[in-house]
Write a new protein. Structure first.
Length: 459
């Protein structure tokens, strides 16, 4: 699955990949998706589930169920080899040429940059801790330099692009898996398998925690409705089931394992400060290794995120080379990271932001998946690249009202179903006792409305 050489900056942006440049096998996607999901944020999310008041077995069920959304990511990925184009272009079939620019501006760009800021925040907090272990207490200027340094490494990978990611990530996956396997051995040795919270949740309180936890876990997968970006260099003859399967499994397994690890650790450790808690449990020699692995995992995650955000800039219509659009996204992400760390509370920012994103990400993912199924994955990259008024995806004034209407129909009730006590609770969530139903409502309503509307157009 080569896109040129790993030692060269990728030349392609949102243009169609020719058949002569398509190589590799679907199983190459396993390593691509495994590395970014061996993640410190997964540990944070797993610990947060227990902090919500869930029992251990309840948290583990939520982790298994929420991560099933990676199947949707796999389905979206199959459109990449079919079109030879990234997701940011393929969704022109869903929303129309003009409307797609707005949707990509919100999801493909803004939300991606916010997600990158969360990951860089996790990496930076880890780096601060690493410096602190060696007696170097950083002032504000020092912290800013650390954030910029981590971002710089990330942006180098993103700028070099697809071939570098495909070659580098299987190696990173192996290294990170070894480190976190050692971490797991210590966590399992300290796990309280009979753990029960001091105040066991029942009734509405229990369902409220379960629903919020499900949205929190699912948010990571739902943020990747750009998975075609990393499959578009595969031959168009690649089996869709293989593309979907290797994408979903590559992400699902590490995401489940490391989110579960965070929940297990929370049975005996105070995961409100995960790094301090875990470091206190680990032997001295292993703590720096663990902290460096956390930073590497965050860099791997963000390199993919910023790579796609760079494509999004081009899809919006801003005429920048992909390498320059990546640098622009990185600069904005760094500024948001500084805010998250130097002004806001990191853990609160993670939980609240991820839950809020679900109200938009869920409907968008559902609509994209519905379109792949309705069209039976028949996408023409060259037709999708035609932005003229005579093009097949101009629809009415550049807008496909079936897609836009379905997005609004899904997102509006999803926002009304959000329940984040410290931030926002929608009126529908209040009506059902504070239970956050934004995930299922957004997915089901958006997919249903889009399917009904598009069947008439495609028939």
């Amino acid at each position: 699955m080569r896109s040129g050489r790993a030692s060269r900056i990728e030349a392609h942006g949102i243009d169609v990949i020719g058949d002569d440049e398509r190589h590799g096998r679907p199983r190459d996607l396993f390593g691509v998706w495994a590395a970014p999901n061996v993640s410190y944020l997964s540990l944070v999310v797993g610990g947060a589930l227990v902090l919500m008041g869930l029992e251990l077995w309840q948290a583990l069920v939520v982790i298994l169920a929420g991560n099933l959304c990676w199947i949707l990511v796999g389905v979206v990925a199959v459109s990449g080899p079919a079109a030879g184009a990234p997701s940011e272009v393929i969704t022109r079939a869903v929303y129309g040429i003009r409307a797609n620019r707005v949707v990509i501006g919100v999801n493909g760009w803004f939300i991606s940059v916010c997600y990158a800021a969360l990951n860089w925040s996790a990496a930076a907090v880890t780096a601060f801790s690493l410096f602190g272990r060696y007696g170097l207490e950083l002032d504000t200027a020092g912290k800013i330099l650390v954030i910029i340094g981590i971002a710089a490494v990330t942006l180098v990978i993103s700028v070099y692009g697809h071939a570098t990611i495909v070659k580098l990530y299987p190696v990173l996956s192996l290294v990170l898996t070894v480190v976190f396997a050692v971490l797991a051995s210590f966590v399992l040795g300290h796990t309280d398998w009979t753990y029960r919270p001091q105040n066991t949740l029942h009734g509405v309180e229990l369902w409220t925690a379960l629903a919020a936890g499900l949205a929190l876990v699912a948010s990571a997968a739902l943020s990747y409705n750009n998975s075609a970006d990393f499959a578009r260099y595969l031959p168009r003859t690649s089996k869709p089931t293989a593309v979907a399967g290797w994408t979903a499994v590559g992400a699902y397994i590490p995401s489940v394992l490391f989110t579960a690890l965070g929940a297990l650790a929370a049975t005996t450790l105070d995961m409100r400060d995960p790094q301090t808690a875990l470091a206190g449990m680990l032997p001295e020699w292993f703590v720096p290794v663990f902290l460096v692995a956390v930073i590497i995992g965050a860099v791997a995650n963000n390199a993919m995120t910023i790579y796609s955000a760079g494509l999004a800039i081009q899809a919006i219509g801003i005429r920048l080379r992909r390498s320059r659009s990546v640098l622009l996204d990185g600069t904005i992400g760094v500024l948001l990271t500084m805010y998250a760390l130097l002004v806001s509370n990191f853990l609160d920012a993670v939980s609240s932001t991820l839950q809020l994103m679900v109200a938009v990400l869920g409907p968008m993912m559902a609509i994209y998946v519905a379109d792949v199924l309705l069209r039976r994955n028949r996408y023409d990259g060259h037709a999708l690249s035609d932005e003229s008024k005579d093009g097949p995806f101009w629809y009415v004034g550049g807008v496909n009202w079936a897609g836009v209407g379905a997005l609004v129909a899904g997102a509006v009730p999803a926002f009304a179903c959000i329940a984040i006590p410290s931030l926002y609770t929608g009126f529908l969530a209040e009506a059902v006792g504070g239970i956050d139903l934004s995930l299922p409502v957004g997915l089901v309503v958006a997919a249903s409305v889009y399917t009904v509307a598009m069947r008439k157009q495609l028939s």
